[in-house]
Design a binder for this molecule. Sequence first.
Ligand SMILES: Nc1nc2c(ncn2[C@@H]2O[C@H](COP(=O)(O)OP(=O)(O)OP(=O)(O)O)[C@@H](O)[C@H]2O)c(=O)[nH]1
Length: 659
Amino acid sequence: MRHSAFHGIEKTAQTIDEEYEGLQARSVDDHYNYPFSPNTSDEFLTDASNRKEHSLFTFVSSKTKQDKNKKRKDKTSANKVEEEEPAICKDALPPTRGRLTSRDELDTQFDMDTEDDKARSKAAATPIRQSDLDTLPSRVATLKISERIDRSISPQKKSKSTINSPSVTPRQGVSPAPVSRRSENTPSGVTSTLKRRPIAADRTNTLRDYNERLEGRDLLNLVVVGHVDAGKSTLMGHLLVKLKVVDDRAMHRNRTEAARLGKDSFSFAFVLDESEEERSRGVTMDIAQAQFKTKTKIVNLVDAPGHKDFIPNMINGAAQADVGILVVDSRRGEFETGFEYGGQTREHALLLRSLGVSQLICAVNKMDTIEWSQERFEEIVKKLSAFLKPSGYKDADVTYVPVSGWAGENLITPNSPPLSWYNKDESTSNTTVNGVIHGATLVDLIDRLKPPERPISKPFRLCISDIYRATGVGAGTVSIAGRIECGGVEVNERAILRPSNDQVTIKSIQIENTNVTSAFAGDTVTLNIQGVDPTHLFIGNVICDPEYPIPCATVIQARIIIFNISVPIIPGTPAVFHFKSMQEQAKIMTLVEELDRLTGELKRRNPRLLPKNSSGVIELVLHRQICCELYSDVKELGRFMLRQSGLTMAAGIITRIIA
Ligand SMILES: Nc1nc2c(ncn2[C@@H]2O[C@H](COP(=O)(O)OP(=O)(O)OP(=O)(O)O)[C@@H](O)[C@H]2O)c(=O)[nH]1
């Protein structure tokens, strides 16, 4: 199955290409000296509506692998990309110089919810003034969300032409009214919300079915990231072919299509890059999904785009992942472009860690082009590990493997002659030296990944990442897709949509286009639901257990780690709040505390600013309600990222829901 996508993109292919070439051509010095205008003032966002035409990506829609044209037609919603893109390619994140940011720091700091913390939180509950909220620049977000729903969900808009009609008036009858800032549904100052839901006796059977479905394997959600053109899609496409997930006929079609477009070298990438636009440009633009099995794992694969323009889509994919593969191009100059000169290698690795992914396989790709050089492989391993460790990845959780996606070498079979230095002999194989397990193929390394804990005994929560118009499942049914974050759900169960509170019935559940009777935490599913008003449905909404509804919030307190930003964060700093598959306009209203980055101890209360590479507690106001949990309750629904001007400012966790 695939929820790949295509976009209505307002930027031309030419512009993307020019920027990409510019990126490659830029020297180190150019990169570091490039003029940078961070746009941290309100002007940046209030002006955003005027710049709508310049916004690169407004909509994302989806299709399935099996029937993409049909799905495109039926598609009922699209993800929006809310990023304001900078005119420059300066990396959001720093080159390797000392400490950058550490997810470990986040985890350790974030796990320190002491009494002192609670007292601090209480003291910090500064009231938010309405005038503050009114100044929130929101127009762009509002327009985009409205259009998306307008185009996709309302039943009268069936034809593709209507869907794309520019005459659709944003907000007409579909956009929810701006939320009241103190929702009656949300208890003020929530510090813990989540109770364990006892597993009902009648669920034991479905749990047994669930385990049978996994055939004794572990379920793993895996995202593939890396700089543009590192070879992610080719690598994973070829792996799917080798694992016979893609049959010969389909591969033959890909080869013919690639030849027709004059892009023969992309034939394996076409396995995952299915949209016409992706194929003709040779660039992945949105995430693609597939599933494959190894000896010990059932892997839900997400292939993320590498180009910097598509980082929001990459975040969307990474938000669903438990583990990651970071693909780097081993060619001299190409690795450096992605890693050192403002490419996406570092940013993707850091974003993954910030999203909670702690296990990483680094696939050193295109080894066929450098004659499988041991020296070069070791040089790249050294550079990557010097960066990944201070970024929060433990040595034991990172492995490195030399591969060729194009040649299909070292994916599932070892012992290729050029890799004799890697395979060595029996005595040295399977020993780990600095993250290199001699003799291990890519699939071996996937098999070695530790499965994450699945919180199936917590109340059901599914954060919607895609919305379709359901077909063949009865009138009034809508299909939503997403990953179940916790708990489980069964066919015919009732659930509630938050924040609208629509009561819904789960009519059917699909995993990989197959109907199942139940699904549990970790499963990526499509639910066909009845009873929902389609105009209430938005990406980022949560379908949850009606007895234990998820809290909604517009004002939260959070602990953040700040990246290598150019301008310090001050009260009033606007940001785009990236949370699961959604983005929302936000404003940092109050700086509550500055914390010691390493120990998490209080450095000062009410600081005037939070500088780069620091850590602090902030209060954040969101333009619209989001459904979230405290990090201490459900990690996946309690962490977020703040971006601005196309750059990542900070990663954070929700410590308190204020309103
Ligand atoms: N020689 C060689 N070429 C490769 C290898 N892997 C990928 N390529 C080529 O690299 C180019 C880009 O490959 P893609 O798979 O589209 O790269 P990508 O990382 O998925 O690109 P984006 O998703 O757009 O960022 C294609 O021309 C591939 O044929 C490899 O192992 N060896």
